[in-house]
Design a binder for this molecule. Sequence first.
Ligand code: IP8
Length: 250
Amino acid sequence: MTTVLKLGGSVVTEKAEPETVDEDALAAAADAVAAGTDDLVVVHGGGSFGHHHAADYGVSTTQGTHDVAGVAAIHGAMKRLNAAVVDALQERGVPAVPVHPFSAASRDADGALTLPTGQVRTLLGEGFVPVLHGDLVAHEGEGATVVSGDELVVELATAVGATRVGVCSTVPGVLDEDGDVVDRIEAFADVAAALGGSDATDVSGGMAGKVRALLALDSPSSVFGPEALAAFLAGESPGTTIDSTGAEPR
Ligand code: IP8
C-alpha cells in the first residue's frame, strides 16, 4: 500500500514573503506525516521559494530559460525548501530523503515529461520516504522549464503503483459554485461549471488542472486542506474524493 502525498507550496510557505517557510504549518504537516502511513512518497510545491524566482526569469512549464543565473536561482530556492521539509520530517523520525527532479527529469520538444523513477522505487523498498519537489527540468528547445509538483504526483502515482494519492492544498477540497466542498468527482463534467471548463492547459497549480490530472489516475485520490492531513494519512478520505475508476467509495 503505497501513498503519494502532495504538500502544496502555499501550505508550507508564507506565499507573500519570498523564501519564507511557514514554520508552524510545516511542523503540523510533519507531525501528521510522522504519525501516519509508512510506505510514502512526498512531493511538495514551490510556494514562495520557486514561484517568484520563476516569475523573475519568465520561466513556466512551457517558457524556458538558458540563463544559468535563472536556473541557479530557481533550482537553488527549491533545494532550500526541500531541505527544510526533509529536515522537519527527519527531526520527527521520518526516514525522509531528498530527490531532486532537475537531476534526472526532462521534457521533449513537445513538452512531454520523462521522470526516471527507479531510485524512488528502490528508496521506498529500502524503507526511505523520498521527498521530491516542483523544480526545473531540462527541456529540448527551451533550455530549462518548470515541472510542477502536480505533474510529479501523476508520474509517481503510476510509477510506484500508488493505492492512495492525497493532495493537501490550502482549501478543504474542490469547491462548487457555492463554495461548498464537492464530496466526490467521477468525471470532469461534474465540476466543469464550478472550475471553468476551458482550463485544459493549466498544468501548474490551478484546481481544474489538478482535477483533470487526478481523474486520469488508476487510483482514487483526495483533495483536502491541512486540517485533514492527519485523517488522510490515517486512511480516511477527507475533502473531495476524485475517482474515475467506477469503484465505490472506500
Ligand atoms: O508549486 C512549482 O511547483 P508547484 C516549482 O507544484 C517551481 O507548481 C520551480 C516554481
